[in-house]
Design a protein. Structure first.
Length: 229
């Protein structure tokens, strides 16, 4: 009895292996690519990603060598980013199956993020940044995603590799610190900075002789261009 059972198991295994060798699988990746190509055909040149809600998206085709997917009737709802379409699967040139697919689509954008951990107080260099692809609906107004707006800024907190940087996480490099004595450009008087400032920032200063306050823009770590009042 045991020998008969083992023989039956071995036979089933051989049949399963034989079936696997003759099985052609059309999966979600192939369906997704065909739908994205149809978006392009309809004039959508921006990269996008799709999610499926309904419809068959995986097909197991026996004794077939080649499969093709034909997408038609693509309709979109731009307000909700939804889509629907018909997909027909051909196996070796013959129609195998049809399905109606529904889902959502998301436009993609390339953004810049740290390519390494950047410590608080470090100045962000261009080589510390890299590009990643994200869905546009995940990009908030408070995010800083342009390379030009990130490079040269000082990290106000630890910036983690691959994480999107928020506006409050960076600032101008601090060149003049509160209490520093600097030179006013239009005359050689020494004044005391009453606040922190990076290059181009406007800060308040105190003339220790006259005890008067004035404002100016930071030129470098020793110099402020005073505003004539």
């Amino acid at each position: 009895m045991m020998k008969f059972f083992l023989a039956a198991v071995l036979t089933l295994c051989r049949i399963s292996m034989a079936n696997a060798e003759n099985l052609l699988i059309v999966g979600e990746d192939e369906i997704r690519q065909a739908i994205e190509e149809e978006f392009v055909e309809q004039g959508q040149n921006q990269a996008l990603d799709v999610e499926f809600f309904g419809g068959q998206t995986v097909f197991h085709i026996e004794n077939a060598q080649k499969a093709k997917i034909l997408v038609s009737g693509l309709k979109t709802d731009e307000l909700q980013n939804r889509f629907s379409c018909n997909a027909e699967i051909f196996a070796d040139g013959k129609s195998y199956a049809r399905t109606n697919i529904t889902g959502r689509y998301f436009l993609l954008s390339e953004i810049w993020v740290p390519s390494q951990n950047i410590q608080k107080g470090e100045v962000i260099a261009p080589e510390m940044l890299k590009q990643i692809t994200v869905r546009q609906n995940r990009i908030k107004p408070s995010f800083v995603t342009d390379k030009e707006r990130l490079a040269g800024k000082e990290a106000k907190k630890l910036l983690k590799e691959g994480k999107i940087v928020m506006d409050r996480d960076i600032g101008n490099q601090v060149l003049i610190k509160k209490g520093d004595v600097v030179t006013v450009v239009y005359r050689t008087d020494k004044v005391e900075a009453l606040g922190d400032g990076g290059k181009g920032d406007k800060i308040e200063m105190l003339n220790p002789k006259s005890k008067k306050t004035l404002f100016g823009r930071v030129i470098d770590k020793d110099t402020v261009e005073a505003e004539i009042q």
